[in-house]
Design a protein around this ligand. Structure first.
Ligand SMILES: NC(=O)c1ccc[n+]([C@@H]2O[C@H](COP(=O)([O-])OP(=O)(O)OC[C@H]3O[C@@H](n4cnc5c(N)ncnc54)[C@H](OP(=O)(O)O)[C@@H]3O)[C@@H](O)[C@H]2O)c1
Length: 327
């Protein structure tokens, strides 16, 4: 019987790349999510029945244990930006992370991979970053041999970063950003997945790895890189932190008074706090090189999926190549 890996959050942006890699390795893959009916896109990653979405809520012991039954390794890709509601920071990023690690240790599983984030810090002002740090601590206490991966902002076809700002270019000549001078080190989603794959296969030392790509750029520079990929010119406007705080507060308030009917996916006060600090690999941290993963630069990849935001979509390149035709 081939080996089995359970990927909590295996239908999400990062999880699906991990699922695909493990399927290619010949493993059976169990994708444990709250909405397996919306996770059918993972099934063609393998042969019939090789990749199976199953119902699981990381907030519940019994359901996490059931999804783990018979597994040889687990990967936890569940995270949230949601402060309120049941699926909040504490429930998912601390208690959920601890639950997966504790049950994996009880089951005697070989390898556990936990996806955290650069910036995880017990002293941070941001609840996202504090709960990421608390989650890491809980994982290491329960499963000391865990491999913890801390990516910077992740890019790839389904990303929520470049796609979001490229979408915003459709609304007018100004592209507002918060923390234009904050530095990021974008990492390719499949590089993160490759790191997770190696950890599942037991090819890396346990510990914490910070994952960043080859480019360290400010938010403003990244936006300029994105604009040149979509052949558009926009004014990148830096929204001062105090103004962003007011906007985030109003949006959080709208979400709270409507009891979550309006979800704030635009900008939260907590995100404003984390945007104040650079999001790059720390000095001396272990990273992609230690994992034997060659980092991919973002300019080489984003054009492959952001072309739809160009003024004439896929036809821009055809028009440009036809310009020199002598007809
Ligand atoms: N994307 C980035 O740029 C980035 C950067 C740094 C770190 N990270 C971290 O990387 C990890 C993966 O991020 P992502 O971008 O792939 O997230 P994502 O696309 O939002 O995916 C989240 C996944 O978790 C599942 N999930 C959510 N709540 C759950 C629950 N209570 N029980 C079981 N499954 C649940 C979701 O499926 P259902 O909704 O069907 O349950 C989905 O499959 C997270 O820990 C995130 O913090 C991401």
């Amino acid at each position: 019987m081939s080996k089995l890996v359970t990927i909590y959050g295996g239908s999400g942006f990062v999880g699906r790349y991990v699922a695909r890699r493990m399927a290619k390795q010949g493993w059976r893959v169990r994708v444990a999510v709250r909405r397996p009916n919306e996770a059918m896109h993972v099934k063609p990653y393998g042969a019939v029945g090789q990749v199976e979405p199953v119902l699981c809520n990381i907030r519940d012991d019994a359901s996490v244990a059931l999804a783990m039954q018979g597994a040889d390794a687990v990967v936890n890709c569940v995270g949230t930006f949601d402060k309120g509601g049941k699926n909040n920071f504490e429930a998912v990023q601390v208690e959920g992370a601890e639950r997966v690690a504790r049950l994996a240790a009880q089951e005697g599983l070989g390898n556990l991979v936990h996806i955290s984030a650069i910036g995880a810090d017990a002293e941070s002002d941001s609840t996202y970053q504090r709960t990421k740090a608390a989650g890491e601590a809980a994982v290491q206490a329960a499963f000391p041999n865990a491999v913890i991966l801390r990516p910077s902002v992740i890019f790839g076809q389904e990303d929520g970063f470049f796609n979001r700002f490229a979408t915003m270019t459709r609304f007018g000549p100004v592209l507002p950003v918060v923390g234009a001078d904050t530095k990021f080190q974008p990492v390719y989603v499949d590089n993160v997945a490759e790191a997770a794959e190696k950890a599942v296969l037991g090819q890396v030392e346990p510990g914490v790895y910070e994952l960043g790509g080859p480019d360290v750029e400010t938010f403003r520079e990244l936006m300029q890189g994105m604009l040149s990929a979509i052949y558009r010119r926009r004014i990148v406007l830096n929204l001062p932190f105090f103004a962003a705080n007011i906007v985030g507060g109003l949006l959080d308030f709208a979400s709270a008074v409507t009891l979550g009917l309006i979800t704030n996916t635009v900008l939260t006060k907590d995100q404003v706090k984390s945007l104040k600090k650079d999001n790059v690999v720390s000095e001396g941290a272990k990273g992609l090189e230690d994992l034997g993963v060659k980092p991919t630069a973002y300019p080489a990849v984003i054009s492959e999926y952001l072309w739809r935001f160009r003024p004439q979509g896929q036809y821009d390149d055809i028009t440009a190549s036809a310009k020199n035709l002598n007809i």
